[in-house]
Design a protein around this ligand. Structure first.
Ligand code: PLP
Length: 402
């Protein structure tokens, strides 16, 4: 990497651990290594740290402490919610979700389909938003749960989960939301949303990977996914990851204390990055709704460019972002989110997500904007092109003048 500069624009993938979070974890990795289930004082210290973190995570998301169940990750939280809805309602064998969910939901639902559960996959509009009418018609007497994300990790597009939860309530159907991408970024209140379950992950919130939480609304019947010990009030077996939970709690306190204000600044940086890319680089366009989305995310298609190559060249100058495709077993498959929005495979494969965070600065943007136009041009010069690169609107307008 030249210049040894890290320009990290992939905060939806993961975030840096905040120094305060690291400091909160350290005692539980060094001195306070007791088992939180032990009855002696040494164990109680670990137990108390977990309960403090539970209160902090609850406060951040608008829940009571006892409604928070710590898990190993956001994926586990989501699996556990859907599992519980089916296990507690054995007569109901139908699940409703969307085509643009994170693989935590997508793959779990695909696995359920193989086990005979029927899944309705709701489509999305070309701007990535959801049509509530589609949800209304999908609900049935045997629907166990509706699982929809609050914010899409690839485009940042927000779903109206409060309205969705209201529809579910009216039909007596449980509602889960994958809220992993939202804490700190947008105001969040699970009670006001009206959902029964919500999933969270610490590593999107400046805390470590490998710890998450599931909100379970008080009074909701629950059947654990992991059985073993009676940790987490019998809702999740397995000795708790005390240091990471302590870090999650500290991150939640930090987020509650000021992230929303910080994300206003992040939004300004995101808007500047987006505007400048669209203005300076011909043949670029935004994927997803312009306003109904997270303040930190922009997903842009670069016509005539393979995102894989673009990301490699960005990496050479220390810029981290991610693409609208996944490389599995040597084959590049276009993003299921972008294709569900109706993008062609080629356009999905030419799309790049930039996701900013509270540690990004104007200098990061200057760095990215200094390199992007040149790299895109280079790739276009190299690539055999069957379609002309779309010109920016201003040029088109100028060309149209007789
Ligand atoms: N849901 C969404 C929307 C995500 O973005 C992610 C992580 O990328 C997850 C779930 C999974 O979280 P975890 O990595 O903690 O399993």
């Amino acid at each position: 990497m030249s210049a040894e500069r890290l320009c990290y624009l992939d905060n939806n993938a993961t975030t840096r651990i905040a120094p305060e979070v690291f400091a909160a974890m350290e005692p539980f990795l060094r001195e306070q290594w007791g088992n939180p289930s032990s009855s002696y004082r040494f164990g109680r210290a670990a137990h108390d740290a977990i309960e403090q973190a539970r209160g902090a995570v609850g406060a951040l998301i608008g829940a009571e402490a006892r409604e928070v169940v710590f898990t190993s990750c956001g994926t586990e939280a989501t699996n556990a919610a859907i599992h519980s809805a089916l296990a507690t309602q054995p007569g109901k064998r139908h699940v409703v979700t969307t085509r643009v969910e994170h693989s935590a939901t997508l793959k779990y639902c695909q696995k359920l389909e193989k086990q005979g559960v029927e899944v309705t996959w709701l489509p999305v509009e070309p701007d990535g938003t959801l049509d509530l009418g589609e949800l209304q018609t999908a609900l049935r007497d045997d629907t166990a749960i509706v699982s929809v994300m609050l914010a899409n990790n690839e485009t940042g597009v927000l779903f109206p989960v409060d309205d969705i939860a209201a529809v579910c309530r009216a039909h007596g159907v449980l509602c889960h939301t994958d809220a992993v991408q939202t804490p700190g970024k947008i105001p969040l209140d699970v009670r006001a949303l009206g959902v029964d379950f919500a999933s969270f992950s610490a590593h999107k919130l400046y805390a470590p990977k490998g710890v998450g939480a599931l909100y379970v609304r008080r009074g909701t019947r629950f059947e654990p996914l992991l059985v073993g010990g009676s940790q987490e009030a019998g809702r999740r077996g397995g000795t708790e990851n005390v240091p990471y939970i302590a870090g999650f709690g500290r991150a939640a306190e930090q987020a509650a204390g000021g992230h929303l204000a910080a994300y206003q600044e992040v939004k300004q940086l995101r808007d500047r990055l987006e505007t400048e890319i669209l203005r300076r680089i011909p043949g670029t366009s935004l994927n997803g709704h312009r306003t109904e989305r997270l303040p930190n995310t922009t997903n842009i298609a670069f016509d005539g460019v393979e995102a894989e190559g673009l990301l490699l060249m960005l990496d050479q100058v220390g810029i981290c972002a991610s693409g609208g495709s996944a490389c599995t077993t040597g084959q590049v498959t276009p993003s299921h989110v972008l294709t569900a929005m109706g993008l062609s495979a080629a356009r999905a494969k030419s799309s790049v997500r930039f996701s900013l965070g509270i540690y990004n600065t104007a200098a990061d943007l200057d760095h990215a904007l200094a390199h992007l136009p040149r790299i895109v041009q280079r790739l276009r010069d190299l690539a055999p092109r069957d379609e002309p690169v779309r010109r920016p609107a201003r040029e088109e307008a100028a060309a149209a003048v007789p």
